[in-house]
Design a protein around this ligand. Structure first.
Ligand code: UDP
Length: 241
């Protein structure tokens, strides 16, 4: 946890939470304990006075590409995937509000009975007022991912860093679950990541980050207090810049 009273290193952040991170050990759907823990991590950061926006994934419920491999029309599958992110967003909002964090869900696809439509200036205003914002519905377009949505929204709201919450500690030279020689990388440049083909995020999203020099911190959200430590400027996970 950050030292009490220490000023956070970043004023406004974009946190990408994948659907997988919400599933926990059950591997699909929403694990109630897991989402509660993630909400607590986020609440802790909001209490530090950091403006927090979250882009939420949907892969724990539905992935368009997997459905299209099974014969479904790709765009239809992708729209279903985008709807899955809205389910996750509402679950996370519920948990955050129970912890006293004022939260707004904004969707890239209009569904005004349950969330606000995404309007950039309004999102920024919420953040300035200390409200947490959850961006759901990805980019609103099929053939994209929520990683791309995360970079896009981070750039739009002028976040200083993109925090990519995962179930692993950061970037390794190979998959540590499969290759015992895999070594952990604490820091790397966009160029190194690209040349060596290290999996940081999908290629579209990564390209957008690189082009706009938006630093990415990949870290393990299951480590208690990790999000707050990244914000306090501690070396946690892997920084790509
Ligand atoms: N998706 C999409 N456009 C977007 C974002 C997401 O079509 O801009 C769809 C896509 O089918 C994807 C699914 O939503 O598989 C869930 O998002 P993603 O796989 O990025 O979630 P995560 O891997 O972060 O859980």
């Amino acid at each position: 946890m950050a030292a009490p009273g220490a000023a956070p290193a970043y004023r406004r952040i974009l946190l990408k939470v994948s659907g997988e991170a919400l599933a926990g050990d059950q591997g699909y759907g929403i694990g109630p304990d897991v989402i509660g823990r993630i909400a607590e991590e986020i609440a802790e950061v909001v209490r530090l006075g950091v403006e927090v926006a979250v882009v939420i994934g949907g892969g724990n419920i539905f992935r368009g590409i997997a459905a299209s491999a099974g014969g479904m029309d790709r765009a239809t599958g992708d729209y279903m995937g985008m709807l899955a992110t809205v389910i996750n967003a509402l679950a996370l909002q519920d948990m955050l509000e129970k912890k006293g964090v004022d939260t707004r869900v904004m969707t890239a696809i209009r569904m005004e009975e349950l969330a606000e439509p995404y309007i950039r200036r309004r999102a920024v205003r919420h953040l300035e007022k200390g409200r947490m914002v959850i961006f759901a519905g990805g980019t609103g377009n099929p053939y994209f991912s929520t990683d791309t949505a995360a970079v896009l929204r981070a750039l739009e709201i002028e976040a200083k860093v993109l925090l990519k919450a995962t179930n692993v500690d950061g970037v390794y030279t190979a998959d540590p679950k499969k290759d015992p020689t895999a070594t952990f990388l604490g820091e790397l440049s966009f160029r190194d990541a690209l040349v060596n083909g290290y999996a940081v995020m999908d290629a579209n999203a990564f390209g957008l980050c690189k082009e706009n020099r938006l630093p990415i911190v990949v870290f393990n959200i299951n480590q208690p207090g990790a999000t707050a430590r990244v914000l306090a400027g501690e070396r946690v996970g892997t920084i790509v810049q």
